[in-house]
Write a protein that binds this ligand. Structure first.
Ligand code: HEM
Length: 218
């Protein structure tokens, strides 16, 4: 299951010399790890670009929450949505009023095209989440999550594909739309059957990606 919101790095775009005046419109704000920075109905309508660190974007109703994406440096998001935004690490955000971005886009077609592509990817990501929740069971979603991480953030070693996952079981459960207990049971079974190995608290090895891919059907 994909957790990255967009493949477009807006930081690269706005650091180009022709966007220097645009860059100066942002205000940099630092937040410590594990803080809830925005909730639905935030008093100010802002857009922000992640400069440093990772954040979790999630929907929450009462005590249930569901992760929509992990925001990484270069990702853009806004406060006028139903999502909560919390920091997973110490972060730096570059913030500007949505209205200001809107005005800027009117005179900068290249930036408009980039923002539209980002919003298109956001829509694509939303469709993938719906598809996954409606048509796939939890075991398959968990396998998809590990396969995605292996493909995007994995390192090949002689023992297989190594992935570093600095998230708790509760956060992983929220990403795939399940409970901590269910995720913990399936991960234990995967470890027992050898399709996944755990080396340290945050270090996993997938000895054979094809074996893992077939695991959900087994
Ligand atoms: C030019 C700047 C932008 C303008 C003028 C704008 C405007 C709007 C408006 C009018 C809505 C409907 C709000 C409502 O239902 O009350 C909306 C929704 C939304 N916008 Fe934006 N937006 C902008 C930029 C962005 C950016 C950069 C993102 C994220 C990358 C974003 C993400 C969203 C999302 C996810 C929703 C749906 C919210 C929900 O229903 O939960 N917007 N936007």
């Amino acid at each position: 299951m994909k957790t990255k919101l967009s493949s477009i790095n807006l930081l690269t775009e706005i650091n180009k010399p022709e966007n220097r005046d645009f860059l100066s419109e942002f205000t940099a704000i630092n937040y410590p790890k594990n803080s809830l920075v925005y909730s639905p109905g935030h008093e100010r309508d802002l857009v922000f670009v992640v400069k440093k660190g990772r954040l979790r974007l999630y929907l929450a109703v009462e005590d249930k929450d569901f992760s929509l994406a992990i925001l990484e440096p270069g990702d853009i998001y806004a406060t006028h949505t139903r999502a909560h935004v919390e920091t997973l690490e110490d972060v730096t955000l570059m913030v500007m009023p949505t209205q200001k971005l809107h005005s800027y886009m009117a005179t900068h077609p290249a930036l408009s095209r980039t923002i539209i592509r980002i919003l298109g990817e956001l829509l694509k990501q939303s469709f993938s989440i719906i598809d996954s929740l409606v048509f796939k069971d939890i075991k398959q979603r968990l396998v998809d999550f590990f396969l995605y991480e292996a493909g995007h953030n994995g390192t090949q070693t002689e023992h297989g594909t190594t992935i570093r996952l600095d998230i708790t079981t509760t956060q992983l459960a929220a990403i795939i739309g399940s409970s901590r207990q269910t995720v913990s049971t399936i991960v234990s079974a995967m470890l027992k059957e050898g399709v996944l190995e755990k080396k340290e608290r945050t270090l996993y090895i997938i000895p054979n990606v094809d074996l893992l891919r077939n695991y959900a059907q087994s």
